[in-house]
Design a protein around this ligand. Structure first.
Ligand code: AR6
Length: 214
């Protein structure tokens, strides 16, 4: 199926967002913060922030903040199931036998603009190692599948109650560490932080210059 034909099938119609619409962090405004740390210039090409609905992104994979039964639910999980076409996605999810906290499983994207969904089960409450494990496992899964673009919602910070600011620190540290491995860095084109709420946008804007100085 050509891209034009696939676009006709998107449940979101023509409100999809392409990678070309999302600048990398390297093109975002420079700030004076964090200048005592050496610039992470190559890595800065590989990350972006995007405020909005993750289900609109026309990229290789979007991450779902799922539950252990992979049964669908509210929050971003609800958006993703509706955007994919709930019946088809639910059938594939049911065949997977659930997923442990901190782990992930991949499915097709169905009628989403994204080709695949990587379903991560985040911790309930503040458990930094399990949250970090979600992000690392999703990135390893992306790389193993030879996919190159991915977007993450703020896993666990909604229904599962992880404090937003502390989660942002865990996420940025984990992603930075993953990207510091040169094979990982070469394997991906873009890691997008899809931020739905203003408070998360603020948390990331405040921290990005510290973790990824320009
Ligand atoms: N795009 C991007 N981010 C979104 C969207 C969206 N369309 N919608 C919500 N968010 P949550 P959790 C943000 O509660 O805390 C479900 O019922 C939201 O603002 O979706 O990991 C599952 O089935 C928040 O910042 O996930 C599980 O049972 C973030 O996504 C449980 O909730 C995560 O909030 C998982 O809870």
């Amino acid at each position: 199926m050509s891209l034009q034909e696939k676009r006709q099938e998107y449940k979101c119609g023509d409100s999809y967002v392409t990678l070309a619409d999302i600048p990398p962090w390297s093109k975002s405004a420079r700030t004076r913060e964090g200048q005592d740390i050496s610039p992470t210039s190559a890595i800065n090409e590989k990350i972006s922030i995007f405020q909005g609905d993750i289900t609109k992104l026309e990229i290789d994979a979007i991450v779902n903040a799922a539950n252990a039964r992979l049964a669908g639910g509210g929050g971003v999980d609800g958006f993703i199931h509706r955007g994919a076409g709930a019946v088809d996605l639910q059938a594939e999810c049911q065949s997977l036998g659930g997923c442990e906290t901190g782990q992930c499983k991949m499915t097709g994207g169905y009628r989403l603009p994204a080709k695949y969904i990587i379903h991560c089960v985040g911790p309930i409450g503040e458990k930094p190692e399990l949250l970090a494990s979600c992000y690392k496992n999703a990135l390893d899964t992306l790389k193993a599948a030879k996919l190159r673009t991915i977007a993450f919602p703020c896993i666990s910070t909604g229904v599962y109650g992880y404090p937003n600011d502390n989660a942002a620190d865990v996420v940025l540290k984990t992603v930075k560490t993953w990207l510091e491995d040169s094979a990982n860095q070469a394997a991906v084109d873009r890691i997008i932080f899809a931020l739905f709420l203003d408070r998360d946008l603020e948390a990331y804007k405040e921290r990005l210059p510290r973790y990824f100085p320009q």
